[in-house]
Ligand binder design. Structure first.
Ligand code: BG6
Length: 523
């Protein structure tokens, strides 16, 4: 069963009309992968759609020596294939590239900053943009604080009363536990105001993630059902089939699945599906409601961490038909690494709405497919009035109604599906499960914007709704840090799982012990 969806093209309403934002965008860490694969393509697409002012310069900053020309040539190679149109014509590129600059700077040392400031001002004068800047920290996190301190010392951080504007975006990881996150926030706060700080979680920029709030609070029929009286349990999956991307071994082995994905992306999804409606749809009220969810998080089972959190590490196997090596054989991974590449956990959101409803969370690398979804399973009807005999070969079983499910597919095949039981046509009352679904591809003709596009535009507009406030981030660390400490203190060795499987057996047992099982999301 499919909802009746007539393909829709973007509305030409005033609020949708491009509004060109004029500010310099200065990217620290411009020789990294993020700049080439995400930031530059996003800026290019924003510019193509008329969201960036024609004169606004984009200035790449890194330690290596490079001319503007060579930076432009490098970026041209890099963004091809990553922008919405796929390939970029030379003509289109040269219009865009004329605003692209590169300045060499040793970000860690203060020496070059006074000169750097002059160079930036010269570019801004030439382009006719002044006093509005976005600095994007796409560097390793140990450079966040030194860079901000040096920017402050050379006078590039405007004072509170100044009419000049500076916003700074910080990539994750923002800290590696509660103490380091608090320390970093505290140190940055000496130099920047909270409203100047944009802590990015790119999941919040995904179109389908934003739609969770609209679906919940822009309709009246589903919201009354999302609570402990109707919902049996919730499963949140962020799975990836890829292992470690080239060059990421050093970072990943120091982070693991908990810090890399669960602490941020998965907990943010949980917040959006569990939070109360905000009084107003603005940044403060949304952050306040998400914070309440994070504060209400509690272990899903009694006993120590091992009773409700399962770490795993991939061994060799086959993924997407290709042989995959074990995590321990990946580049730059120590042979005795105890880093988890998978984590599953059972948590409760201990508040009035959700008390007693388990939320099962899992994320991992080298799983069978790349899928992110939230599945809400409702309770069975109180009486099982109908059943059907279903046979597979010689084996027949009496099956009853299946529980209703509401599934938000974040990616790929972006959709929202509601499953329910119907009567199979015939002379008896026999049950047949069906699905009502809304599928982005069938309904909308335009491609979904990339997360970074939306987030960069929001920074330029000064809208922090889709970013993480410091107390939110700290609440997430507050929940996760004792788990990391427990693993550390007990030298926990993650349970191996075969690449291409859905994780370690203990993760299955976590649900089997509750008479439940994980969904096998099909792509
Ligand atoms: C990043 C993690 O934040 O998210 C990566 O560092 C992970 O390890 C990625 O692969 C997943 O994001 P997406 O958008 O591909 O689901």
């Amino acid at each position: 069963m499919t909802a009746q969806n007539t393909p829709v093209t973007p509305a030409a309403s005033a609020s949708d009309a491009p509004h060109a934002e004029s500010a310099s965008v200065i990217i620290f860490g411009a020789s990294g992968d993020l700049t080439a694969r995400k930031l530059l393509p996003a800026l290019f697409d924003l510019w193509s759609d008329g969201y960036l002012a024609d004169n606004a310069p984009i200035i790449g900053v890194a330690r290596r020596e490079k001319s503007d020309e060579s930076f432009r040539a490098e970026m041209y190679e890099a963004i091809n294939g990553h922008v919405r149109a796929g390939a970029v014509s030379h003509e289109h590129w040269s219009q865009f590239a004329s605003r692209l600059f590169y300045r060499q700077l040793d970000i860690a040392s203060g020496d070059g900053y006074p000169d750097f400031k002059k160079q930036v001002e010269a570019i801004e004068d030439q382009q006719g943009v002044s006093h509005r800047r976005v600095v994007y920290m796409a560097t390793s996190p140990d450079l966040f604080l030194p860079a901000i301190e040096h920017l402050g010392l050379c006078g590039m951080i405007p004072g509170r009363d100044s009419s000049h504007q500076l916003r700074v975006v910080f990539e994750k990881p923002f800290g590696r536990d509660l103490t380091s996150a608090q320390e970093l926030s505290g140190n940055l706060r000496r130099l920047l105001r909270e409203e100047q700080i944009y802590r990015i979680d790119h999941y919040l920029g995904k179109e389908t993630v934003q739609n969770i709030l609209l679906f919940r609070f822009g309709n009246s029929i589903f919201e009354p059902l999302l609570n402990r009286n109707q919902v049996d349990h919730v499963q949140i999956t962020v799975s990836e089939s890829q292992g470690l991307e080239r060059g990421r071994g050093g970072y990943y082995d120091n982070s693991g699945a908990m810090r890399d994905v669960l602490q941020n992306h998965v907990l943010q999804l949980l917040c959006l599906i569990a939070m109360e409606p905000p009084a107003l749809f603005n940044a403060r009220d949304l952050h306040d409601e998400k914070l309440k969810v994070l504060k209400a998080l509690a272990p899903g089972n009694k006993g120590d961490v091992s009773k409700w959190v399962i770490p795993g590490q991939y061994s060799a196997g086959v993924v997407d038909g290709q042989a995959a090596v074990s995590y321990l054989s990946e580049e730059r991974i120590p042979a005795d690494s105890r880093t988890e590449t998978f984590v599953a956990m059972k948590v409760l959101v201990d508040n009035w709405r959700w008390a007693g409803v388990p939320f099962y969370l899992r994320t991992g690398k080298r799983l069978p497919s790349r899928v992110s979804e939230i599945a809400i399973q409702f309770k069975q009807p109180p009486l099982n009035l109908f059943s059907t005999v279903e046979c597979e070969g010689d084996m027949c079983a009496l099956v009853g109604a299946r529980p209703n499910k509401l599934v938000f597919r974040i990616q790929p095949s972006e959709s929202i599906k509601l499953s329910f039981s119907t009567k199979r046509p015939g002379m008896q009352y026999q049950i047949h499960p069906v699905t009502m679904d809304f599928n982005y591809k069938e309904t909308f003709t335009q491609a979904l914007p990339e997360a970074y596009e939306r987030l960069l535009l929001d920074v330029l507009r000064g809208d922090s709704t889709l970013f993480m406030r410091s107390d939110e981030l700290e609440a997430a660390w507050h929940f996760v840090t004792p788990i990391l400490d427990y693993w550390d203190q007990n030298k926990t060795i993650p349970e191996p799982y075969r690449s291409g499987s859905w994780g370690p057996r203990a993760a299955d047992d976590l649900l089997l012990n509750d008479d439940r099982s994980w969904r096998s999301p099909t792509v």
